[in-house]
Design a protein around this ligand. Structure first.
Ligand code: ATP
Length: 348
């Protein structure tokens, strides 16, 4: 057990969905070029960091020393089984990367309170990495601008920069080159979570396999161009956006997990405007006409037996945000900043 020194800094980070995800062909270096439109939803992980620095000499970067990671709150069996607590955790990688930039030891303990599904296609690991970067920048009082932090983020993982950024953004490259997308309107979503995950590399591999084996006259369908999606986001018209939601990974996710076809159908039958697999799945998201409609769709979907649990959410929401313990700000409470948004409604 690591000893803590000083109060923790806590950051809240949103999950992402992809309104549009175009996947290029496999490149010789093993990657795929992506064109994607991310949107951040009010489904959050909370990351707390606390210093373990005792001033008694250097700390081991990958041993049992620092950084240490633990899961906080009601930890599910899936989280316990699937979230690594070692150097392969993206939050740990983020701590080591930022410590290197800051020229100091990553002598911290990181607590993860996870609500974003693990291996769910909502970039939970990337969110934890983004939260760790922001929390440590505050804890260590680093004089780093947002741009510099975004650069560290892009080096840690492809979705990390977006988790810092939030809102709606166009992502290219591996998703790390971001351009903000004008979106003043709120969209209402129902999120269908599964009781299992899908491995992102395996889903990309399945897409490559499907493309390589499909007949020339029936190629695997690809999403259209991104411009109409950006226009629909800017217009705020859910019905226009619903017609344009698209994900090249969906065919591969459904091929690996055929039950997702039922989930997608059930959401639309329940009254959603459209549904799409989020990222590499298996989480499915359903766009609804408005907030009350999303509540009705969620209630019906939760009784349909096609997913583990259903949440009502909205987006876009801002990216990673310090919610407690910022050494540069007054503490929360009477006279202090307001308590955080409690997050989406949950239907068990
Ligand atoms: P992607 O960003 O590829 O869409 P995802 O949302 O499908 O990812 P994550 O929850 O980010 O999935 O986790 C994918 C895998 O990464 C997990 O199965 C786990 O082994 C590993 N992982 C590393 N760090 C974390 C973390 N902080 N939280 C959850 N998983 C993590």
């Amino acid at each position: 057990m690591l000893s803590a020194v000083g109060p923790p800094v806590t950051v809240r980070v949103p999950a992402k969905i992809n309104l549009h995800l175009a996947v290029g062909d496999l490149r010789p270096d093993g990657y795929h070029d992506l064109v994607t439109v991310f949107q951040a939803l009010n489904l959050f992980d909370e990351i707390s960091v606390v210093s373990t620095h005792t001033g008694r000499g250097p700390v081991d970067r990958i041993g049992p020393g620092a950084p240490g990671i633990e899961l906080l709150g009601d930890v599910t069996d899936a989280q316990r089984a699937d979230v690594p607590l070692d150097a392969s955790n993206l939050a740990w990688k983020a701590a080591v990367a930022l410590a290197e930039v800051a020229g100091r030891e990553p002598d911290v303990r990181i607590g993860l309170r996870k609500s974003i599904p693990v291996a769910g296609g909502m970039a939970g690991g990337s969110a934890d990495a983004a939260g760790t970067l922001l929390a440590l920048a505050a804890l260590w009082r680093l004089d780093l601008g947002r741009e510099a932090l975004m650069e560290v983020a892009a080096g840690v993982g492809s979705d990390v920069a977006f988790a810092l950024h939030g809102g709606t953004a166009l992502g290219t490259g591996r998703g790390e080159n971001l351009v903000p997308v004008l979106s003043r309107h709120t969209f209402h979503w129902v999120v269908a979570l599964q009781d299992h995950g899908l491995s992102t590399p395996a889903v990309f591999g399945e897409l490559d396999r499907l493309r390589a084996t499909s007949a020339a006259d029936t190629p695997v369908k690809r999403v259209g161009s991104v411009e109409p999606v950006l226009e629909a986001v800017a217009s705020g018209e859910a019905r226009s956006l619903a017609l344009l939601l698209g994900n090249d990974l969906q065919a591969a996710a459904v091929s690996m997990d055929p039950g997702l076809r039922r989930t997608l159908r059930a959401g639309v039958t329940a009254g959603a405007l459209a549904g799409v697999v989020s990222g590499s799945g298996p989480t499915c998201v359903f766009l609804c006409a408005d907030g009350p409609s999303a509540v009705r769709v969620a209630a019906e979907l939760s009784g349909a037996g096609v997913c583990r649990t259903v949440r009502v959410a909205h987006g876009p929401v801002p990216g990673a945000k310090v919610i407690d313990g910022d050494p540069a700000r007054p503490p929360r409470g009477p006279g202090g900043p307001p308590a955080p948004d409690p997050g989406p409604n949950m239907y068990a």
